[in-house]
Write a new protein. Structure first.
Ligand SMILES: Cc1cc2nc3c(=O)[nH]c(=O)nc-3n(C[C@H](O)[C@H](O)[C@H](O)COP(=O)(O)OP(=O)(O)OC[C@H]3O[C@@H](n4cnc5c(N)ncnc54)[C@H](O)[C@@H]3O)c2cc1C
Length: 412
């Protein structure tokens, strides 16, 4: 019997397994994939996520794999162009975009090194119950015999179609229908000075340096354009990049290095992340439109919160429930402001008058531009930033009055 079985071994699962094993727990992590393995993702690890990797002793490995550190960012929402740097977290000031073939494999290795048993190519087919309590899993390796494994706690880190969340009927809340579609691909020979983010009519566009000298370009569009993108993925993507400064020209002068990837299944919801004998982490527990690129850093944060809760409450019974409810509360409080901001961005509305006033107020103020970039990157607390005190400081009384007369909220 294990202390913990983790279903899914990518960014959420392997991190959780590693952290629990480092605390001395007997951990089994399983994944139907074999690593290195790719997955649908443009893989920006925001600064807080990179800081966690540093703390876990893994950022050096991401860098050693040739992943460029991105410090400089251009944010071009249309009315102005703001260029700056992400604020630092614990001495880390860069965003990284490691290919998931690199990042996920590196985390699997780290989980093993910490003492967790990791079974690759193992599919969980059934969650085992004793009454209403989860007690283990049944699954098998490809072509192998069925195996039953039991544990005091089963953690679902099995992504957006989580079988664990389905089996335990985890209640969903803050549910919002999908708003956007995402299309992306990779290019060689594209000069970049850092990361780039553009807001254009019905488009949000990003470009980030990744491994092997490639650049990943990402286009988010409203869901009603799915048919057009599916009919002509490359043409739709290129036409969108053409609207983003000279980005279209630069990628056309380079070479497309991979096929175009796309998804319209971008759901938004929280799941209650614990119950008798089970817990959820990563996309299994909290799914957010990827337009703000928060999923990986959130998974790292929640792996830490969950591992701490499990270690504290390990005796089982009421203590574990209280600790896991604390995990739920901390996760939700940390996620909700970005969840609201992300859904607002995924509505693809042009900048509102009060947002234009803010952008204008930031121009020519490098420290303030950096702080604003920190909002987008999950470094600067959103509610504090858009609170009246900070807005008054940024806008001054005259612009603040104008913004108030515009009669709308600044975010969310
Ligand atoms: C188009 C797109 C772009 C994105 N871009 C970014 C970005 O730039 N930055 C960012 O931070 N986030 C991004 N995200 C979100 C990010 O990819 C996810 O938040 C992240 O992958 C979630 O990690 P996870 O470990 O929870 O789940 P996953 O990465 O989905 O891993 C789940 C694992 O569980 C395994 N599994 C599932 N069921 C079973 C089973 N029954 N038995 C065994 N194994 C099982 C799967 O094989 C899989 O390996 C993007 C998402 C999309 C769709």
């Amino acid at each position: 019997m294990y202390d913990v079985i983790v279903v899914g071994a990518r960014v959420a699962g392997s991190s959780t397994a590693m952290l629990l094993a480092r605390r001395g727990l007997k951990v089994l992590a399983v994944d139907r994939a074999r690593f290195p393995s790719d997955t649908l993702s443009t893989h920006q690890v925001q600064v807080p996520g990179a800081a966690r990797l540093r703390r876990w002793g893994l950022l050096e490995r991401v860098e050693a794999a040739g992943t460029p550190a991105t410090r400089r960012v251009r944010f071009d929402p249309g009315p102005v162009v703001l260029e700056g740097h992400f604020p630092e977290v614990d001495g880390v000031g860069s965003l990284y975009s490691p290919r998931r073939t690199i990042l996920d494999a590196l985390l699997v290795d780290a989980a093993r090194e910490a003492g967790a048993e990791v079974r690759e190519g193992f599919t969980v087919e059934e969650i085992l119950f004793d009454g209403d309590r989860v007690v283990g899993v049944r699954g098998r390796e490809r072509g192998g015999q069925p195996a039953r494994e039991t544990a005091r706690l089963v953690i679902g880190a099995d992504g957006r179609h989580s079988a664990v969340a389905r089996a335990v009927r985890a209640p969903a809340y803050h549910v919002q229908p999908p708003r956007s579609i995402a299309y992306y691909t990779y290019w060689s020979g594209v000069p970049m000075r850092g990361g780039e983010i553009y807001g254009r009519e019905r488009r949000l566009i990003g470009a980030w340096p990744t491994n092997d000298g490639l650049v990943v370009t990402y286009v988010a569009a409203p869901r009603d354009e799915f048919g057009a993108f599916r009919a002509d993925p490359e043409g739709s993507l290129l036409r969108s990049l053409d609207a983003a400064g000279d980005l279209g020209e630069r990628v056309r002068a380079g070479e497309r290095a991979e096929r175009v990837f796309g998804s319209a299944e971008l759901h938004n919801r929280f799941h209650r992340p614990f119950g008798p004998g089970w817990a959820l982490v990563g996309d299994a527990g909290l799914l957010l439109d990827p337009v703000t690129g928060q999923g990986i850093a959130d998974a790292f944060r929640d792996a830490e919160l969950l591992a701490e809760a499990v270690a504290t409450g390990l005796d089982g019974g009421p203590r574990l429930d209280i600790a896991l409810d604390g995990y739920r509360a901390r996760r939700d409080a940390a996620s909700l402001p970005m969840y609201e901001l992300t859904l607002d961005l995924a509505s693809f509305a042009p900048p509102r008058p009060e947002q234009r006033l803010l952008f204008e107020a930031l121009e020519g103020r490098p420290a303030e531009v950096d702080r604003f970039l920190g909002v987008l990157g999950g470094v600067v607390p959103i509610r504090e930033y858009f609170g009246p005190r900070n807005l008054l400081r940024l806008l001054g009384p005259r612009r603040m009055l104008k913004a108030a007369l515009a009669g709308r909220r600044m975010a969310g």
